[in-house]
Structures are given as structure tokens and as C-alpha cells.
Design a protein around this ligand. Structure first.
Ligand SMILES: CC(C)=CCC/C(C)=C/CC/C(C)=C/CC/C(C)=C/CC/C(C)=C/CC/C(C)=C/CC/C(C)=C/COP(=O)(O)OP(=O)(O)O
Ligand SMILES: O=P(O)(O)OC[C@@H](O)CO
Ligand SMILES: [Mg+2]
Length: 228
């Protein structure tokens, strides 16, 4: 299933973290819509290639969420390109992107690239710190970013990112109410099936990362909670 518009669930694997073959098999065979490979620090070409080749043993779609130019490599089904909507630092909105396109532009298959408009809401996570995101947002602010993603920039994905923390369902609901063409991804702090179900009421796709490394058996139950 290579069409993100059909997805309901994704597991995000961090190339900078260890995962055993046994656990990786459970994750890849779980019924999730896709495996996203990405992280905010310690991402290298070597650890991306290693994880990609291991995930590639399975039929599940495999996506690179690009976080550094150095770790871009052929071989993925799709490439997610984050851009941070709630930072004022142009580097994370379009700066590194410019560098990457200068380097890879002539080689690119543009159909494989999917832009994600990130709205980061947990002040206490690495990606907020890295990108200087302004996480002090109320519902009106979040709704406006959702509208921008859909109507101004026509982004395929609006990503509400609470990385490491379970978010505010009311904000997720409010964002979803603005989105029609743009798909709403929610990620952050989901560790149980009940939480997956709750966020999955409004998010088109729920993304689970840390729980894979903390309580795999519970994390695996999140698939069934949103996929019937
Ligand atoms: C030849 C070939 C294969 C061509 C492929 C074509 C291709 C893919 C070209 C690249 C085109 C392009 C425009 C790339 C963009 C380059 C880039 C690096 C842009 C910057 C992206 C960005 C804003 C990164 C910031 C960090 C971020 C959003 C990372 C995403 C993952 C994420 C949110 C992780 C969560 O991290 P967190 O939980 O906080 O941290 P830990 O899990 O480590 O605790
Ligand atoms: O690691 P967690 O908190 O599950 O968040 C998932 C993902 O949104 C991180 O980019
Ligand atoms: Mg994480």
C-alpha cells in the first residue's frame, strides 16, 4: 500500500536505536500500513542503510523521513520531507531542503517525495529543541497551521508532533476539522491500544515510535486498534 491516503497506522523506527531481528519481524509483520525510518539525532548513512536493508526483507512499505542530507540513499519506497511550520528558523523550513535539491535535484524522482508540514507541540522533545519550534500554541494557532498546510501550501501531510508526550485530543480534533485533501498524521506518546483508538478517531494516520523500544507487545496492539 504505497498511497499514504489509504494509511491508518505507521511505526517509526529510529536508525540510532537498536532493535533485534525478532522484534523487527513482529513490527514488520504487524499489519501496520508502513514503516517510517527517521529520527532527530545520530542519523547516519550507515545506520539508515542497515535498518533499511533489514526492513526490506518484508513486504511492508518502507519510507525514509529525511532528517539529514548525509543519510539520503536510494532504495526506499517513498521519502518524507519534513518542513517545520512553527519555527522562524528558515533552515528548517526550506534551508536544508535547498541544499538537498542542489545536490540531488537532477537525480530525483519527484513522485517519490512527500512533503510533511510539521507542527511541533511538545516543547520538551529533541526535535523542538533542534528546530527552535515555538510550541506555545493555542487551538486557533494550530488550526491556522492546518489551514496553511491544506490551502496555502497544498501539502499532502499535516503532522501534529508531540514526540514523547501524549497530546491534546481537542487540538487533534480541531486540526482534523480543517483538513480535507491534506492527511492528518498524529505522533507522540502513544503506548496503548486505547490511546491509539482515541487519537485515531481524528488523525488519519497515527505514528508510534518510542513505545516500540519501551513495550513492544503493547505497541503492537495499536495496529488493531485503528485498522479494522
Ligand atoms: C538519489 C536519491 C536517493 C534521491 C532521493 C531524493 C531525495 C529524498 C532528496 C531530498 C530532498 C529534500 C528536499 C530533502 C530535505 C533535506 C532535509 C534534511 C531537510 C530538513 C528536514 C527537517 C526539518 C529536519 C528536522 C528534524 C525532523 C523533523 C526530523 C523528522 C523525524 C522526527 C520528527 C523525529 C522525532 O525525533 P524525536 O522523537 O524528537 O527524537 P528522538 O526520537 O531521537 O528522541
Ligand atoms: O516516539 P513517539 O512519542 O511515539 O512519537 C512518534 C513520532 O511522532 C516521533 O516523530
Ligand atoms: Mg522519538
Amino acid at each position: 500500500m504505497y498511497d499514504v491516503r489509504e494509511w491508518r497506522h505507521a511505526f517509526k523506527l529510529d536508525p540510532n536505536k537498536d532493535i533485534s531481528d525478532e522484534n523487527l519481524e513482529k513490527i514488520c509483520e504487524s499489519g501496520t500500513s508502513a514503516i517510517i525510518i527517521g529520527g532527530s539525532d545520530g542519523v547516519t548513512l550507515e545506520n539508515v542503510l542497515n535498518l533499511m536493508s533489514r526492513v526490506r526483507r518484508y513486504t511492508v512499505p518502507c519510507v525514509l523521513e529525511v532528517s539529514t542530507i548525509e543519510s539520503i540513499t536510494p532504495g526506499f519506497d517513498l521519502y518524507f520531507i519534513p518542513t517545520i511550520l512553527n519555527t522562524t528558523d528558515a533552515k528548517w523550513i526550506k534551508g536544508i531542503h535547498h541544499e538537498a535539491v542542489k545536490e540531488y535535484g537532477v537525480l530525483m524522482n519527484w513522485d517519490e517525495l512527500i512533503v510533511e508540514g510539521y507542527c511541533i507541540l511538545n516543547d520538551d522533545c529533541k526535535v523542538a529543541n533542534l528546530t527552535g519550534a515555538n510550541t506555545d500554541l493555542d487551538e486557533e494557532d494550530v488550526v491556522a497551521y492546518a489551514m496553511m498546510a491544506e490551502h496555502l501550501f497544498k501539502m499532502p501531510i499535516f503532522y501534529l508532533e508531540y514526540s514523547g508526550k501524549y497530546g491534546d485530543i481537542e487540538l487533534v480534533k480541531a486540526a482534523k476539522a480543517q483538513l480535507n485533501q491534506t492527511k492528518l498524521f498524529y505522533g507522540g506518546g502513544i503506548s496503548t491500544a486505547a490511546q491509539a483508538k482515541e487519537m485515531g478517531q481524528f488523525a488519519d494516520v497515527i505514528v508510534i515510535g518510542n513505545a516500540l523500544y519501551e513495550n513492544l507487545e503493547e505497541a503492537l496492539k495499536t495496529v488493531k486498534a485503528v485498522k479494522i
